[in-house]
Design a protein around this ligand. Structure first.
Ligand SMILES: Nc1ncnc2c1ncn2[C@@H]1O[C@H](COP(=O)(O)OP(=O)(O)OP(=O)(O)O)[C@@H](O)[C@H]1O
Length: 243
């Protein structure tokens, strides 16, 4: 039977190469001897299997370094797995790194067009939604300023606003909401709830456990790159807190 899930992750393994060079002197001596820096393989994700159904809201939970962002990046296609496969059905928008997809020397206005195009919108669609995008971000005054002068909260405002206005079917959000001030975070959460209630598929990475409990019905817990729990968010949060 064909798999009808929106996100399909099969046996996903991702390793990183960690270089160990202790000093410039050591680097020079290795170069003279024609030897490479020592390299260690580090397994950030180990044999992850995950199905996310259409309209499901999933939280990726885990302590620092457990592999949450790496998994989200593999789902979004920013990273490619070393083993296994990832498949996503539908229009995808991701808020994964503050400022990613923005060009520092372009203005906010130019970046709305750049970012919207990266996320699959036509120029006509972006023009039609431009005023709405800027109004949601509340950075009208700075829209013609080069974004290299933006604060991280301003990046978030514009990036979130463009992403939600692309009408995503699958929306991936990493911890970046945390750089927004409280009123803007509230506004983002309200918008995310609207997307959820419209039946969009959401995957959210966050350490704000109370917030994800309200947003996501299901949670997956990662520990050292392995999936150790998958169930209702309140149960997984309790397990994470050792309750
Ligand atoms: N490009 C990279 N090169 C080397 N190691 C990496 C790279 N990206 C991530 N890692 C390592 O992979 C592990 C998992 O990182 P990841 O960012 O996915 O964790 P996380 O669960 O999102 O953590 P946090 O809660 O701190 O954001 C970490 O040990 C990290 O150092």
């Amino acid at each position: 039977m064909a798999d009808s899930a929106t996100i399909i992750v099969d046996d996903l393994t991702k390793t990183f190469r960690l270089k160990h060079v202790h000093s410039l002197k050591e680097m020079a001596s290795r170069a003279v001897r024609g030897r490479q820096a020592e390299v260690d393989e580090f397994t950030a994700l180990d044999s992850i299997d995950l199905r996310v159904a259409e309209g499901e809201t999933l939280a990726l939970l885990g302590f620092n370094g457990s592999g949450k962002s790496t998994l989200l990046k593999c789902i979004s296609g920013v990273l490619t797995p070393d083993r296994g496969t990832v498949g996503v059905r539908g229009r995808l928008a991701g808020l994964i790194e503050v400022g990613a997809g923005f060009h520092p020397d372009l203005t906010g206005r130019e970046n709305v067009f750049l970012n919207g195009a990266i996320l699959g919108m036509t120029e006509k669609q972006i023009t039609a939604r431009f005023d709405e995008i800027v109004a949601f971000s509340e950075i009208e005054k700075f829209i013609d300023t080069e974004v290299k002068f933006y604060s991280s909260g301003m990046f978030l405002r514009l990036a979130f606003s463009v992403a939600v206005h692309t009408d995503p079917e699958v929306f991936l959000v990493d911890e970046i909401l945390a750089v927004g001030d409280e009123p803007f975070q509230e506004k983002c959460i309200t918008r995310i709830k609207e997307l959820r209630d419209e039946g969009r598929t959401l995957v959210i990475v966050s350490h704000q456990l109370d917030m994800v409990e309200k947003l996501c019905r299901r949670a997956v817990l990662l520990e050292h790159g392995r999936m150790v729990a998958d169930g209702p968010t309140s149960d997984v949060v309790r397990q994470m807190r050792g309750e």
